[in-house]
Design a protein around this ligand. Structure first.
Ligand code: ADP
Ligand code: GN1
Ligand code: MG
Length: 372
């Protein structure tokens, strides 16, 4: 159960927001923070805001988290202004508290809240519902990576260390399996075997990063389709959102995580696995959009590993869902008993489908990269 019973009027009053709160309800489908749409009215004019209760179990140091987001949003804001765009729409914008902080700590609730300007006339899609949207999300994430290519990474805290270190994720998974805190391991023998059989995947990127062959860049690290806003009329990219995980990483993580979510013909939590297929046409679309907007900084080793990145990110996410199921649903928001298990199963089905099509996926990347 997610606690949503707060004194929203009081919370909103702490921020530089002028007017009366007339609406505040849960919003969006993020798995980590608790997001609300807040509507404030002044002189008959209503303004929307995004209010978020920050996940304090995950983000142990909110000051450092918001330091990162402040730097990245200010940087992207300047870039948007320089290109003549609208910074309040084309960049995530923090609304500060009346005493100038990027978040508000409510002592009464022992919770941290932040407010963003609501990005208007745009949609964060759960799936492509009009052809071309997934392509546009690729353009958005490619441009985002390109924009951050001259951002000084040393200014950022590594807020969730080893976020995409699959070796660590595998080790944590084994610990969850051994502890079996929720007494669920006996029900999921096939899924556990699926993970253990693929241990060989886990060090593929970590070892390339260690030797320096795979470059670390400032990446988003959570490139789901619903973390990008597309214009509601034109479907053109408006802004990349959910900047909690902007940290050094490889573009193969970002590419792979988008494919994991967006090339699934069904929802991430679909129960009927016969609906879950890997859509290679969408893979091709995304690759075109990403490579076209990424700039020229992509290296050979990155190109060679984009396709496998999709398998690795899907496998890793499946491991995380299954580990959370074994732990008793402590990390991801869940709405039903087997939610995390259903999610893990869709990921493993996609991994199998991608394993069978890896050669075609690699050919697609090669063909598109060569045509650039
Ligand atoms: P989480 O970390 O839980 O995934 P997000 O920051 O991704 O939270 O926000 C959840 C959802 O809220 C997004 O998918 C999107 O629908 C909506 N959202 C977040 N920020 C904004 C914004 N600034 N403007 C409009 N919608 C937003
Ligand atoms: C979480 O925050 P959200 O819902 O955009 C998670 C991602 C997972 C994703 C799976 C900080 O993303 O890593 O891939 O769920 N974010 C964090 O849907 O753990
Ligand atoms: Mg999100």
């Amino acid at each position: 159960m997610i606690e949503t019973n707060y004194d929203f009027e009081d919370i909103i009053s702490k921020f530089k927001i002028d007017g009366k709160l007339v609406y505040c309800e849960r919003y969006g489908e993020g798995h980590i923070n608790v997001t609300f749409l807040a509507i404030v009215e002044k002189s008959g004019v209503q303004t929307k805001y995004i209010l978020q209760k920050i996940n304090k179990n995950l983000f142990k140091n909110v000051e450092k988290l918001m330091h990162n987001i402040k730097l990245v949003t200010e940087f992207s804001r300047q870039k948007v202004i320089a290109r003549g765009g609208d910074p309040d729409r084309e960049s995530l914008t923090i609304v500060y508290t009346k005493d100038g902080n990027s978040y508000y700590y409510s002592q009464k609730d022992d919770e941290y809240f932040r407010v963003y300007v609501f990005i208007t006339d745009a949609i964060a899609h759960q799936r492509e519902d009009r052809p071309g949207q997934f392509y546009q999300s690729a353009v958005a994430f490619g441009e985002f990576a390109d924009m951050l290519s001259d951002f000084d990474a040393s200014q950022l805290y590594e807020i969730l260390p080893d976020f995409h270190n699959t070796e660590n994720r595998f080790r944590d998974f084994k610990a969850s399996f051994a502890a079996d805190r929720a007494g669920r391991a006996a029900n999921v023998g096939d899924e556990i075997k699926f993970v253990l059989d693929r241990e060989g995947y886990c060090n593929k990127f970590t070892s390339l990063i260690k030797t320096g062959e795979m470059p670390l860049k400032v990446t988003h690290n959570d490139t789901k389709l619903n973390n990008v806003m597309l214009d509601e009329k034109t479907d053109k990219p408006v802004a990349v959102i959910d900047l909690d995980t902007v940290m050094p990483g490889t573009i193969c993580y970002d590419f792979g995580d988008s494919i994991r979510f967006g090339c699934n013909t069904a929802a991430e939590d679909e129960k009927d696995l016969s609906k879950v297929k890997f859509d290679i046409k969408l893979f091709e679309e995304y690759t075109k959009g990403y490579l076209s907007s990424l700039g020229n900084s992509i290296t050979e080793i990155e190109k060679d590993n984009l396709a496998f990145g999709a398998i690795l990110m899907t496998y890793e996410c499946g491991i995380r869902f299954l580990a959370d199921y074994l732990d008793g649903d402590l990390y991801f928001h869940t709405a039903r008993e087997e939610h995390n298990l259903d999610r893990a199963r869709t990921q493993f089905k996609l991994v199998t489908e991608m394993e069978n099509q890896l050669d075609q996926m690699k050919d697609i990347v090669k063909k598109i990269a060569a045509a650039k």
